[in-house]
Design a protein. Sequence first.
Length: 301
Amino acid sequence: MGRPTEVRVRVPASSANLGPGFDSLGLALGLYDDVEVCGTSAPGVHVEVEGEGAGQVPCDESHLVVRAMRTAWALFGDEPAGLRMRCRNAIPHSRGLGSSAAAAVAGAVAACVLSGRDPALEQDSLLQVTAGMEGHADNAAASLLGGFVVAWEQVGNTSARFHAVRLDVHAGIAPVALVAGVESSTTTTRGLLPELVPLPDAAFTGSRTALSVLAFTQRPELLMAATEDRLHQGYRRPAYPESADLVDALRAHGVPAAISGAGPTVLALTSGGTLPEAVDTSGFTALPLPVDTLGAQVEIG
């Protein structure tokens, strides 16, 4: 493909971990950030932000989308002299819905297109850039590829590479994101995790992670068992006690639920998009969200 000067990238939100699949399972959700980028011949960066993060995120070189573009251009080359960018954000920030991964994917894909390359042919390179910025591939892979992803890191003698496989989600699964009114820091919640976990807990969580692949793709009736976790959610409970209580309440009423990513959003995996009336969701905004099946989408201007 030639080298366009303008591109629009639409990137879905994502929910990672999904209970037991710490840093390895992700689900793309139908809530989107739209980023329009124009390469200019005049040096300089101009950034406009609407929606989530407006007035809070930087509007210069330190903006996450711009940093992702620079990282991608270090690989792809053909960087324009300047940038003009507009971000229309719907993914809440610091809530556990993959906003930082979505921004990284948007920037990397935009840079790929503006370099005259086809993102469909550069998915591995895009995953290396975006997962490398995140430190893990679950959110980035879901936003990039759509659907349900299994992600892993392969460490070699001199470097590490990220990998991901995309799978279709069973049509009977209707996610509802219960978005908390407070933010959570991934760095803080990771700091609550122990260096070592008991072997029975590790074995338990490993079995549930394997079961998740079957439950999300073929057997949704197994989701209650498949979303059980003993690896991270219990240790993180002090960071978001209200979210943990909501997970417990949903599960007690028969709804498979887990903390979304680093929290504090809760992901409920319903069969019809509704929640039991007996469950108190005060302090949370319920968003029924379809599973995104397409991942990052590009429109060339």
